[in-house]
Design a protein around this ligand. Structure first.
Ligand code: MSP
Length: 512
């Protein structure tokens, strides 16, 4: 029986210009999904866009179009192209303005109401439109510059709005104990540890009920029993994870896919690990398997964001370094879970040392030698035991790392093979062995070991650098699609056919 692996990205605010912070999140989720597919797991990757709320309504108006036209345009011109650019293999794309989503949200709300978790009440709060969230005093900081003398949102550095409304509320406050019990009984539910501690601390301080509707604007999903209200955007958005897989309408699909794993930025871990599981408890659903809160990409020491003009679009990088190098860099240079600083210098240095000189060079040298010394035929000889053991260890380590979301460690394990092989070639000096007929078998063993190593590394790198891996795979004579290889047995692959050629994988870049 293949294991189920349903994995989700957050759904992105459609209004934002896609930047490398979003891309980071998408690529990481895609790498996990691709790895699980290559394990043979019943994998499903979901992503999409968050399209309701006041901010979107305002920008649509400022652009002179209806909110629906506005979001349609952004999905087609910005978000879907971003997925294509980054070579993301998502199985589905959910939009919160789609009929299937709206229908699921209505069903969910009705069920919660019937179960007695929704009531009508008065509310006044300080709302940040950027976060689409009511803020507490702890979330606000003194403003600077034009906002000097005012309190502003700590994330957006902009003033909050005081909102007074009669709303529908979700009885979030009733779930504190059950949430604490969830964190204690399933210590790997929220990861990494520092995010888990923060979430736990937040719940321990006591939860207040959550306002889940608004009636001062209408760009949202109407509350089924009171159409003068629309559903609060976060409540609406979190439900994408289940409406996309048939909640309330397709039980078979839902059973097959749910529960899933959520990969989110740490800034929104609280929504996913507090509000969302409480909603699931209230509706009697199985709780998500994991919520993993990754770190932020920092540029110049600050969280990268378009509004602070530190925004970098993925294509600025991919146009120079290529898509695979983009994916590799962010997955290997930053420990998944920690913040990471992006710099062009670091990217350039790693590209040249690890990819061009490390991987690219290894492949072209080995393939050239198999052509030169063996007429392109991979010698059918048992590889060297030391390297075979190293490869088996690397595959085991990487596979475990994926289960604990340590993507950088999985990449490191794959690259440890490349690094070792480069050293091994220097030590074994096949060009010297080739001069001595008596060393023929030794030469064959060295070359066969290298071919196997590159094949193994290609399989392991396929989730991270799909195109490069396929080229490496074809070069060492691998048949068909590298992704058809069982990744947990990557080290057992034995090339016995003919090598082909390696196209230039990582051309030198003079002026990034
Ligand atoms: N729409 C909500 C999510 C709803 S999910 C039910 C949202 N959208 S967002 O577009 O603002 O953010 C999407 C994701 O991008 C979040 O996980 C966020 O953490 C991530 N990132 C945005 N900027 C980032 C960085 N600079 N670095 C890393 N990730 C960042 O929140």
């Amino acid at each position: 029986m293949p294991e189920r692996f349903t994995v989700t990205t957050p759904i992105y605010y459609v209004n934002d210009v896609p930047h490398i912070g979003h891309a980071y999140n998408e690529v990481a989720t895609d790498v996990l999904a691709r790895w699980h597919r290559m394990r043979g797991d019943d994998t499903w990757m979901l992503t999409g866009t968050d399209e309701h709320g006041q901010k979107i309504m305002r920008t649509a108006a400022a652009n002179g179009v209806s909110p629906q036209e506005w979001t349609d345009r952004l999905v087609e011109t910005a978000w879907k192209p971003q997925l294509e650019l980054l070579n993301i293999q998502n199985d589905d794309f959910i939009r919160t303005t789609s009929e299937r989503h709206k229908a699921g949200v209505r069903i969910f709300l009705e069920r919660l109401k019937e179960a007695g978790y929704i009531y009508h009440g008065e509310f006044e709060g300080q709302y940040c439109v950027g976060c689409e969230e009511y803020k507490t005093a702890n979330d606000l900081v003194p403003g600077t510059g034009e906002y000097e003398g005012q309190l502003v949102c700590a994330i957006h550095s902009r003033p909050i709005e005081v909102v007074r409304e009669a709303n529908y509320f979700f009885k979030l406050s009733e779930f504190g104990d059950r949430l604490l019990e969830l964190y204690d009984s399933r210590p790997d539910y929220v990861q990494p540890e520092h995010v888990r501690n923060e979430v736990r601390q937040f719940v321990k301080q006591g939860l207040t009920d959550l306002s889940i509707s608004r009636n001062t604007f209408d760009w949202g999903i109407k509350v089924p029993w009171d159409e003068s209200h629309v559903v609060y955007v976060w409540f609406d958005a979190l439900l994408n994870y289940i409406t996309a897989i048939g909640y309330g309408v397709d039980d078979e699909q839902f059973e097959r896919r749910w529960p899933g794993v959520h990969i989110v930025g740490k800034d929104i871990a609280r929504f996913h690990a507090v509000i969302w599981p409480a909603m699931q408890m209230a509706a009697g659903l199985p709780i998500s398997e994991h919520v993993f809160g990754h770190g932020w990409l920092l540029v110049g020491g600050e969280k990268m964001s378009k509004s602070k003009a530190t925004g970098i679009e993925p294509k600025q990088i991919t146009e120079v370094f290529g898509v695979d190098a983009f994916r590799y860099y962010f997955m290997s240079a930053i420990a998944f879970g920690a913040d990471g600083s992006f710099s062009w210098e670091d990217l350039d240095a790693r590209y040249h040392s690890e990819l061009a000189n490390g991987l690219g060079n290894l492949a072209s040298r080995v393939i050239a030698m198999v052509h030169k010394y063996c007429d392109g035929v991979v010698p059918d000889v048992i590889p060297d035991a030391e390297i075979a053991t190293l490869m088996a260890d690397a595959v085991g380590r990487a596979d475990k790392a994926i289960d604990t979301f340590q993507i950088h460690d999985a990449v490191d394990a794959a690259m440890s093979i490349v690094e070792r092989l480069n050293g091994y070639i220097t030590e074994q000096a096949p060009w010297v062995l080739a001069k001595d007929e008596a060393q023929r078998l030794r030469l064959h063993a060295v070359l066969a070991t290298n071919v196997q190593g590159i094949g193994t590394a290609a399989i392991m790198l396929a989730p991270v650098m799909p195109e490069t891996a396929q080229k490496l795979w074809a070069a060492v004579g691998g048949e068909g699609d590298v992704t058809a290889q069982p990744i947990q047995q990557a080290h057992q692959w034995r090339g016995t056919g003919r090598v082909t050629t390696v196209p230039p994988l990582f051309p030198r870049i003079e002026q990034p």
